[in-house]
Design a protein around this ligand. Sequence first.
Ligand code: GLA
Length: 395
Amino acid sequence: MPLSQMRFACIALAALVLAAPGIAPAQQNGLAARPPMGWNSWNHFHGKVDDATIRAQAEAMVSSGMKAAGYTYINIDDTWQGKRDAQGNIQPNSKFPDMKALADFVHSKGLKLGIYSSPGPLTCAKYEGSYGHELQDARTYAAWGIDYLKYDLCGLRTVMKDAPTPEAANKIMVDSYIKMRDALRSTGRPIVYSLCQYGNDAVWRWGTTVGGNSWRTTGDISDHYARMEQIGFSQAGLSRFAGPGHWNDPDMLEVGNGGMTAEEYRTHMSLWAILAAPLLAGNDLSTMTPETISILTNRDVIAIDQDAAGKQGDRASAEGPIEIWTRSLADGSKAVAVFNRHPSPLSTEVDFSKLGFSRAVKAKDLWLHKDLGTISSPYKVTVPGHGVLLLRVSQ
Ligand code: GLA
């Protein structure tokens, strides 16, 4: 057995042992024990992504300290695809002269390379999809050295629309994700499998059975507080579907793209950490301000997202625009986030006895990087407009 396959077999075996209760172990590939962290080209560059962009982002991921903070994947989104050759092999377009050389470059930085396709004939941006070429494409990705695939439904809808019933259409969709799961697996290369079908048909209920390491739960994010807020806070109730190897994905980060205030980006980052969401930065890493870097690389917040227990957090209470979300952590402590969805500052009181603690707790403020010592309920706080107080709390 070649080394790569042996490695894959060991990972698969570990997955059998570690599989979360209720998850069919055979569907897990042993990857993404923690939510994937990295960068994706779409939110900032859209169709204007090329080989040079990817190299620059990889270099910036290292030089900015993002890599040291845990970010690993450099993911090329839509618009890299060219035509197929006479044998049907997918070719990159002229923006990506040599995908294998690009993968080698990214790997030489200690990072991993991700790519994008669709189960349909065409992608969302109308580039070549994998329909009818799943195995061939998976083999091509493996030969290039790809480590992550985002598989985006879009173009398959043209096939699904001819199905006689909505159930039959959903079956086409589910089968298409199974087909690529099996194709990826057959290559023997560990490739994170990221489903993107915007939460259709409650994907969180069946995403693991088609081998998803993550699945988008919503439509696309944009760089506006209202959209980020709508997506992020709509995740209440989904926590039980996520766990090591299989994560809910409320879409990529917009931190640093300029459409929100620093306060709003801290809310974005805090909420995604509570949600155990993949942290895929979506800004230009080569031109980040110190403030953007400090938000994206906040070690205490990343530690919440990446907590070893892999238990997604959820909403504990909502009183008007003040929402408290909590997440249980491996060491017995909890992340407690007090969000203010109102545009102006609001004062409130936190009663830790309602969050599973006795009245007095030890706490650290994860944005101020300040140990608060012992604090007692009711704990009076003022939260900035659209802002957050994020605490790590223990008894
Ligand atoms: C969809 C996805 C986005 C992005 C674009 C690319 O809209 O949800 O994240 O991948 O397609 O065309």
